[in-house]
Design a protein around this ligand. Structure first.
Ligand code: NAI
Length: 462
């Protein structure tokens, strides 16, 4: 249906298309899937709801799903992460997309709802952070008369409930119908994957799921090397501050924390890390970072970044103690890592989009990035195309698997097999001139693998 989109300005489509064309040259995994499956079209008949940052890289993902035969409708999974020219280019290519950078929370859930409105309803979900899955499951529970509580933040909970009530009034039974026709979901990120495992534990997952995040070629690349490039990019575009010599505290040393600490160290900052897990704390120390307590650094450090996927990590009592003009930001999935709600009564001065200066009762000021939402996508343009190609190649393989063989799976969470993980990596070697050594049959037999792989046992951790 022509005009079935909500974007900031459709006139940005031409700019978006130019950048999509460049991104394609940096996304060899997706482009080779187009070459491999463009004729057989394994996704013919798939009607995919996408809830994932509407960026240029996501545009290449969407057009790959379409090239493989899918019908797609798309919403962003964050109110600040949309690149309006990318959304415009995708809308101009007749893919329904509902995403504007800076949309309100009400619009966010309304746009997600609109992404479900295929004529015959969707049969697949491609999720990032789990909002699309959450929406349908909460709605179905509400239709069953259960009291529902939503997960993300208290502010958002009311918005989600209102959106669910609106849809229930307009189309009784809709959520249950949607839930029952979904064949499966592929989930992009750590936080969304945690939600899925929780659903399985509670016996509440109604369809199979593929955990894309824990493909090695996703979390050990996007979360790490992606953040290594995009964290400092976000801080610089937001503040133009000199990072060399400054003290930066990174909360969490998982995959995102490792990339974030490396990003800041690469910029010359003196990086300190906080952790709750002794293994990650030891890793940080042996990578050369001081591992300490946030409380010990809060009055003296210049930059604070949360990467934990946990809540209430930087709390109001911490922010009260920070020195004047400290920079505070989050690169984890949700904004509840920093207690932003507790700052609402303070004086906010907007500096520019997604950059606010907040005056504390003591008179000292904080620079808060993207209102505590993931700053690499709010203040900059997220990870570069090349690393997103690896993530999204896993996404497409997961969609093909669930759409074509979903009936063979239980309502559980699965990871793609290692040979596909290795295939994703292999597809990215040529572009950066990597020459792979091939072992002979005797060597392969000696270490107990096949010359063509898989090369590692399941328990290997990379
Ligand atoms: P992870 O589980 O590997 O790392 C999180 C680390 O934080 C863990 O080591 C954990 O022990 C630590 N942690 C938990 N609570 C803590 C606390 N109170 N203080 C200090 N450390 C604490 O997860 P991963 O993959 O690093 O992802 C982190 C978050 O980033 C998730 O929300 C994920 O969805 C998101 N993400 C964001 C991306 C972006 O581009 N902005 C890209 C990929 C993931």
């Amino acid at each position: 249906m022509a005009g079935d989109y909500i974007v900031k300005d459709i006139a940005l489509a031409e700019f978006g298309r130019k950048e999509l064309n460049i991104a394609e040259t940096e996304m060899p995994g997706l482009m080779s899937l187009r070459a491999e499956y463009g004729e057989s079209k394994p996704l013919s008949g798939a009607r995919i709801v996408g809830s994932l940052h509407m960026t240029i890289q996501t545009g290449v993902l969407i057009e790959t799903l379409v090239a493989l035969g899918a019908d797609v409708r798309w919403a962003s999974c964050n109110i600040f992460s949309t690149q309006d020219h990318a959304a415009a280019a995708i809308a101009a290519a007749d893919v329904p997309v509902f995403a504007i950078k800076g949309q309100t929370l009400e619009e966010h859930w309304d746009y997600l709802d609109k992404s479900f409105l295929f004529e015959d309803g969707p049969n697949m979900i491609l999720d990032d952070g789990g909002d699309a899955t959450l929406y349908i499951l909460l709605g179905a529970r509400a239709e069953a008369g259960e009291d529902i509580i939503a997960v993300p933040t208290s502010e958002e909970e009311e918005v989600i409930k209102a959106q669910i009530a609106k849809r229930m009034a307009a189309s009784p039974g809709w959520f249950t119908k949607m839930r029952d026709q979904i064949k499966g979901v592929s989930e992009e990120t750590t936080t969304g994957v945690n939600r899925l495992y929780q659903l399985v534990k509670d016996g509440q997952l109604p369809f199979p799921a593929i955990n894309v995040n824990d493909s090695v070629t996703k979390s050990k690349f996007d979360n790490k090397y992606g953040c290594k490039e995009s964290l400092v990019d976000g801080i610089r575009r937001a503040t133009d501050t000199m990072l060399a010599g400054k003290v930066a505290v990174v909360c969490g040393y998982g995959d995102v924390g490792k990339g974030s600490a490396a990003s800041l160290a690469g910029a010359g900052a003196r990086v300190k890390v906080t952790e709750v897990d002794p293994i990650c704390a030891l890793q940080a120390a042996m990578d050369g970072f001081e591992v300490t307590l946030l409380e010990d650094e809060v009055a003296t450090a210049d930059v604070f970044i949360t990467t934990t996927g946990n809540k209430d990590v930087i709390r109001i009592e911490h922010m009260r103690e920070m020195k004047d003009m400290a920079i505070v930001g989050n690169i984890g999935h949700f904004d509840n890592e920093i207690q932003v709600a507790a700052l609402k009564n303070h004086k906010w001065t907007n500096i520019k989009e997604q950059v606010d200066m907040i005056e504390m009762p003591s008179g000292s000021r904080l620079i808060l990035l993207s209102e505590g939402r993931l700053l690499n996508l709010g203040n900059a343009t997220g990870h570069p195309s090349f690393v997103m190609s690896a993530s999204f190649t896993n996404q497409v393989l997961a969609q093909i698997e669930l759409f074509t063989k979903g009936d063979e799976y239980n309502n559980d969470v699965y990871i793609l097999p290692k040979h596909l993980d290795e295939k994703v990596a292999r597809l990215h070697l040529d572009r950066i001139g990597v020459k792979l050594t091939r072992m002979d049959n005797e060597q392969a037999a000696y270490i107990g693998v096949k010359p063509e792989g898989p090369y590692k046992p399941e328990h290997y951790r990379y």
